[in-house]
Ligand binder design. Structure first.
Ligand SMILES: *[C@@H]1O[C@H](CO)[C@@H](O)[C@H](O)[C@H]1NC(C)=O
Ligand SMILES: *[C@@H]1O[C@H](CO)[C@@H](O)[C@H](O)[C@H]1NC(C)=O
Ligand SMILES: *[C@@H]1O[C@H](CO)[C@@H](O)[C@H](O)[C@H]1NC(C)=O
Ligand SMILES: *[C@@H]1O[C@H](CO)[C@@H](O)[C@H](O)[C@H]1NC(C)=O
Ligand SMILES: [Ca+2]
Length: 721
């Protein structure tokens, strides 16, 4: 059912009026969605809904109900934690369902206290529309295509229709279901004994499609019964017209199909090396995690059955094609800074530990893994000194929950250029290209040459126009604000030097080199990476001392806190990411002969903590008792066309699809961890979380091949002391 919303405002009116079309309500209930264009910066808000008749209860998901007037004509809603901050120009839409004691169709006025004049409404300039504007990221089925799309045939619950009112050529039917399993979103197939030409206003559902003769109809459940448990009962009521010339009696049988099940599983390759953890499996799954993050047109060999093409229309300010790349984390913004960083770190692993990818059977997949972001980053480099930095708006994106394939929100693109520089981003991207040119040198020389060419021009751009990208791209500042360009200036130059051997790059790197102990390797901090590369490329003792200084600080006895079970705990947000990045760095340092036994042993313990040493796995789909509810939109969504919206975030059920290979954020400093989807501090996943982790696992796999793994050479006891 599409429902109409009519939004009107008088020229001098101070309130946004939201009027309901009579088609938008059913017995005792109605739906509405006021939308506001934000005209002042907000950090929190209170939304008033004023009705001209009592509304006995209200269901709302994107706000909390703070208070209700005694006569139930005014509700005050307050923001959720995640949508309190709204910027000028943002659109804020709040869906709700109201219930009354009887037939109800109220006139509604909505205003936000903090906005001048209560807020004006974007839709005021539009004529009344026949479809409601969707909440960002939310989708509704198209209007009744005549050929039903293929649906998962799966078993379901069957029932038959009872005719409650018989009008001859028209009837009111009720269908009851006793729920015997946990449902997350559903579709219903109804088979009528005579052709039906229309179904009107089904309760709790929308008409999705029907076959040509009108004997098979498909309804898609709406929010009302999104989540059901064994013992629940659901009744669907609707009016239907029989095809012309037909009259009752008519019978119908119905099948209710749970869209919240996905039986897809991936089998691990055998643990041929017989190590404590099956690294081959982790490598395979981690690469699959990156495949699940893909934006754009998916290739024919896509291995993630629940992902499809998405965001094909991503484009730059002059229409440049910016489709492709990876979605950042549990969301759908493409943040190039961490994306480029993750690409370099994965490439570094492929360069250094290629034998590991080969032995695990993942080498071809790994080349495709790094080529995916490289192809996108090349598209972003539209001119020598113009580089796109981001596609998508963090505020809009994070305020919605749904599938990327269904996204309807605007996805603006942001760039850096000579007058709005970003040397950190340009250098990180140059590093990704330079490392990529080495990765692809033998496999595809043309591609490698293209990458190197772009690396060089970006490096020039970064040198000539210095500045922080997040000062130029405010859209990125709230999410991936850059602290300091110094380290990326060195890092980009070192990768250019490694790729070309040209002295000018090494000279430049030395200007920016920082020998102090690194806070912790991450998308914004590559100081330890510089120390390792600098030592490896020059062999000079002072750089080795810098590496040692960093690890002295990180090893037990240094300044880093350790959890009781031995995790080097840097920060609450993504604790495993810092530990894994430093483990990766320690393995790289060991490759250059810096305390190989100790560094490898320490690194192994950090990685094994994530793989299961802490009592369970922190890698989705891997090992013992892994996370089931990563904070990740696409894997949490029911199968289409089942609805997926913000409610899914808060329902305590496992993600519908297994996000194989994703490393979740990790525990707190006392090894505490809660596997909950709305726990984005400990249970989000991200491209940058997996990169150092995957490279470290490749490093450990490499060591097994060269007989240098701690399990082979000596002490493999964890925690490391
Ligand atoms: C999926 O799994 C459920 C529960 O384990 C099972 O009943 C059903 O037959 C499976 N469906 C398919 C299509 O394999
Ligand atoms: C090399 O890469 C380019 C760019 O992706 C591609 O078009 C071409 O087919 C590749 N060539 C080979 C031999 O794989
Ligand atoms: C950036 O880092 C360098 C050393 O790496 C330091 O000298 C400089 O003060 C830092 N700048 C800021 C703004 O923190
Ligand atoms: C640099 O790293 C390579 C491995 O990539 C290693 O073979 C070489 O010995 C290292 N050089 C130094 C000076 O550590
Ligand atoms: Ca930095």
């Amino acid at each position: 059912m599409v429902w109409n919303i009519l939004l009107a405002i008088l020229p001098l009116a101070v309130l946004a009026n939201v009027e309901m079309d009579p088609g938008n309500h059913w017995s005792g209930s109605f739906q509405a969605q006021p939308c506001f264009i934000i005209s002042a910066e907000l950090t929190s808000w209170r939304l008033h809904l004023v009705f001209d008749q009592p509304v006995t209860s209200l269901e709302v998901w994107r706000a909390d109900i703070e208070s209700v007037s005694d006569d139930k004509t005014e509700y005050i809603l307050t923001n959720k934690q995640w949508n309190g901050v709204e910027h000028v120009g943002d659109e804020l839409c709040i869906d709700f369902i109201g219930h009354g004691d009887e037939q109800i169709n109220p006139h509604i006025t909505a205003f936000i206290e903090e906005l001048p004049d209560g807020g004006t409404n974007q839709a005021v300039t539009q004529a009344p529309t026949t479809t409601r504007s969707l909440a960002p990221g939310e989708t509704y089925p198209p209007t009744t295509p005549t050929t039903p799309l293929p649906l998962p045939s799966g078993e379901g619950i069957t029932s038959t229709m009872t005719i409650k009112n018989d009008y001859g050529s028209r009837f009111e039917g009720w269908i009851d279901f006793d729920i015997d399993q946990e449902f997350l979103s559903w579709v219903m197939k109804i088979h009528f004994s005579k052709p039906v030409s229309a179904i009107h206003q089904p309760t709790h559902a929308n008409v999705y499609s029907h076959n040509a003769d009108g004997t098979e109809w498909v309804l898609v459940g709406n929010d009302d019964f999104l989540h059901m448990k064994p013992g629940d009962h659901m009744q669907i009521r609707f009016n239907a017209d029989l095809a012309s010339g037909e009259t009752t009696p008519v019978e119908a049988s119905a099948l209710l199909i749970n869209m919240g099940h996905d039986n897809w599983t991936v089998a691990c390759p055998p643990n041929s090396a017989q190590s404590k953890y099956n690294y081959d499996c982790v490598l395979m799954e981690s690469i699959m995690f990156y495949e699940a993050q893909r934006s754009g047109k998916l290739p024919d060999n896509n291995r993630i059955p629940w992902r499809g093409d998405s965001a094909l229309d991503d484009h730059g300010l002059n229409g440049e094609d910016l489709s492709g790349g990876w979605y950042d984390a549990g969301d759908y913004v493409k943040f190039n800074f961490p994306m480029a960083w993750a690409t370099v770190v994965l490439e570094w692993g492929l360069l250094e530990f290629k034998d590991a990818y080969e032995a695990s059977g993942q080498l071809d997949w790994m080349y495709e893994c790094v080529k995916w972001p490289l192809d996108y980053l090349l598209k972003c480099h539209v001119a020598d000194d113009v580089l796109y930095a981001q596609v998508g708006d963090g505020g809009k994106d994070h305020g919605s929950w749904g599938r990327p394939e269904d996204m309807t929100m605007q996805r603006p693109a942001f760039k850096i250029d000579a007058s709005n520089p970003g040397s950190d981003l340009a250098m990180e991207t140059a590093a990704a290209f330079a490392a990529g040119s080495m990765v692809f040198k033998e496999r595809n020389a043309t591609y490698a040459a293209t990458l190197l060419e772009h690396a060089k021009t970006l490096w020039d751009f970064a040198i000539q126009h210095q500045g922080k990208y997040s000062s130029s791209v405010s859209a990125a500042a709230g999410y991936y604000s850059s602290f300091n360009i110094t380290d990326e200036m060195c890092w980009g130059s070192l990768w250019l030097y490694k790729a070309t051997g040209e002295q000018k790059y090494l000279d430049e790197a030395k200007k920016w080199f920082d020998p102090s102990p690194d806070w912790g390797m991450s998308w914004d901090d590559v100081i330890i990476g510089n120390q390792i590369l600098m030592y490896n490329l020059t062999g000079e003792e002072l750089y080795k001392q810098a590496v040692e200084g960093t690890f002295t600080d990180w090893f037990p006895g240094g300044s880093i806190q350790y959890s009781p079970k031995g995790l080097a705990y840097r920060l609450q947000w993504g604790s495993l990411r810092y530990a894994s990045n430093m483990a990766m760095s320690a393995l790289m340092a060991a490759q250059s002969g810096i305390h190989p036994d100790e560094y490898r042993h320490w690194a192994m313990c950090q990685i094994h903590y994530a793989l299961g040493d802490a009592g369970h796995s922190f890698v989705v789909g891997f090992g013992e008792n892994p996370p089931q509810q990563p904070h990740h939109r696409s894997s949490s969504c029911p199968n289409p066309p089942g609805i997926c919206n913000m409610n899914v975030l808060h329902i305590d059920v496992p993600n519908v699809h297994t996000l194989y290979g994703a490393l979740v954020g990790g525990p707190d400093g006392s090894d505490g961890y809660k596997d909950s989807r709305n726990n984005y501090v400990n249970n989000e996943v991200a491209n940058d979380y997996n990169a150092g982790f995957q490279t470290a696992v490749a490093g450990l796999r490499h060591l097994l091949l060269t007989n240098e793994h701690p399990e082979q050479t000596g002490d493999a006891t964890c925690p490391y002391t």
